[in-house]
Design a protein around this ligand. Sequence first.
Ligand SMILES: [Zn+2]
Length: 210
Amino acid sequence: MPAGVAGPTEISFDVRCFLLPVADGIVVIDTGMGGNATDIHPALERLGAGWADISDVVITHAHADHVGSLNEVLSKAGNAVVWAGEADANAVSSGISSGTASSEAQVRAAVDGAYLRGLRVIHTPGHTPGHISLLHEGEGLLFTGDAVGTMNGVMVRPPAPFTADPVEAELSLRKLARLSPHRMLFSHGAEIPDASSQLRKLIERSEPQQ
Ligand SMILES: [Zn+2]
């Protein structure tokens, strides 16, 4: 992230996108910063797949580090349907330039409790109004988006300046903790063991930033 965006100096952090093979395609969760499509392609190849196999692109929230490469992905993945949480769908949609294969298709609203290719949509507002997390119930695998992340092996809340409503965000953390996922995968930060109990400890040990 260039200097001036999140402080006076350039900062670097990891941004994760996920590819999930499903029965009749591949679900892409988030697209990363602009220019990240070149990193998604080798991951598709490792699954023995190509751009045309992408059935769905699910955006956890309308921040640049998650939607930055959406145009580029859609220009290659002509069969993809785009999903985002209801309150973020317009923002995601406005970033899709005309001329891409899916530009005629509106971003579809991923509503709380709906299932997308076996992933349950969990509305986790706070970081953005329409932020969603996704639960693969069969595996007990939770894709958190930016509701929570890790840094150096420790579970952390997203940086306060980027969270629109910290009180809502805290309620969303509690909602995720109640799911007791077996594993959690974060948009920022590596997977850590025993994530569910780490999440409960995070909620207990500090109050939301006001
Ligand atoms: Zn992010």
